[in-house]
Design a protein around this ligand. Structure first.
Ligand code: GGG
Length: 359
């Protein structure tokens, strides 16, 4: 008899999303089969994304969120296609889900794997382990603004794109970062803003950060401007543990972090509604990579690792550890995809991770 069945919505969406999600599903199903009935997964596929957009004019149906509301988690691939503007596909699907379900904490670990060459050659890169915590509901992604204001016409157009920072939004993500830091070996939170130049919202963020930090005397707190932080990622990454930043800044920094770890293809993420009022969503950080879609050579490690984050979210910590260890054993054995300088296909990497699943 199966003790717990988790209902997962699979949304591969665009490009390589299909291939990498298949890899993660294979892993999850293998773990369930091997769990001795402890847990099982029930999958529902949602064929939303750019193909759906071409057929219907929308990236997902009007009642899309209602269709997803009762699942235990969403497993997402990637969004974006060359023939449709990126802001249409992103807002029509990925952001519609993140914001519609108030998945306000986007957790993006930066993990260094054995056998992967990092551009950070000067340090013992396997000892690095950071988490970028991205505010995922407001900030620069508020969607506020407009074009062609005050009756100006083409050639003289004006666009306004406003950032929205609320005290509630800042406080909940900063507390999340401190709570996360408390669970880690290095209890450090670094807050990133550009409050010297952006004197309203980001100063509010700084004020909230200072106030919340006082509640966590056991956690070291420091702040850094985003430009300096970009340099610090490259030059002094050993100082970092949890990095908390606004929607846009954390997106950029987590891409930089994963490139420093070897490739964006490795990067995992969890879009969480920490109160668990709505489903959370797990996805590789990378996009749809249309240039290699369908060739079977996409790096599935980000998607497999994100499935591991989903296991932790379900409280299946032993299974999550098995996934992490199997990924490390795979890279250590030199089974690497093209973006990491190897020639293994997505399927070969998936099989290698399966083979390395220790009990
Ligand atoms: N799997 C992540 C994904 O599809 N990302 C596409 C993208 O363009 N994301 C930009 C963003 O979310 O800021």
């Amino acid at each position: 008899m199966t003790t717990r069945t988790f209902h997962i919505a699979a949304i591969p969406a665009d490009g390589v999303g299909t291939e990498v999600l298949e890899a993660g599903r294979t892993l999850l199903d293998a773990l369930a089969a091997d769990s001795g009935g402890e847990f099982a997964f029930e999958w529902t596929d949602y064929p939303w994304g750019t193909d759906y957009y071409h057929r219907t004019g929308q990236m997902m149906p009007d009642d899309g969120l209602d269709q997803l509301r009762d699942v235990d988690a969403i497993y997402f691939g990637a969004v974006g296609a060359p023939e449709v503007p990126d802001h249409v596909t992103l807002w029509g699907l990925r952001l519609a889900i993140c914001q519609g379900f108030d998945q306000w904490a986007n957790v993006r670990p930066v993990t260094f794997h054995p056998g992967v060459t990092s551009p950070l050659r000067t340090i013992d890169d396997t000892s690095l382990d950071w988490v970028v915590v991205r505010e995922n509901s407001e900030g620069e992604y508020s969607g506020l603004g407009g074009r062609n204001l005050a009756g100006r016409g083409p050639g003289n157009e004006v666009a306004v794109q406003s950032s929205l920072f609320t005290e509630t939004g800042c406080e909940r993500i900063v507390r999340f970062a401190f709570d996360l830091a408390r669970t880690r070996q290095r209890k450090v939170v670094t807050s990133v803003t550009k409050s010297n130049a952006q004197q309203h919202g980001m100063v509010l963020w700084d004020d909230v950060f200072a106030r919340v930090a006082a509640d966590y005397p056991d956690v070291e707190a420091n702040s850094c401007l985003v430009d300096a932080m970009a340099a610090r990622f490259v030059l002094h990454p050993e100082d970092l543990s949890v990095v908390v930043a606004s929607n846009l800044h954390a997106d950029v920094l987590s891409d930089l972090g994963s490139a420093l770890a070897g490739s964006l293809g490795l990067a995992t993420s969890a879009n969480l509604n920490p109160e668990r009022r709505t489903p959370s969503m797990f996805e590789p950080v990378h996009g749809s990579a249309p240039d290699i879609a369908g060739k079977g050579i996409a790096n599935p490690i980000g998607a497999i690792g994100s499935a591991g984050l989903m296991l932790s979210h379900f409280g299946l910590h032993d299974a999550a550890t098995r996934v992490r260890d199997a990924i490390d054993a795979t890279t250590a054995a030199g089974v690497l995809p093209a973006d990491l300088g190897g020639d293994a296909t997505s399927k070969q990497i998936t099989e290698a991770v399966l083979d390395h699943l220790e009990t």
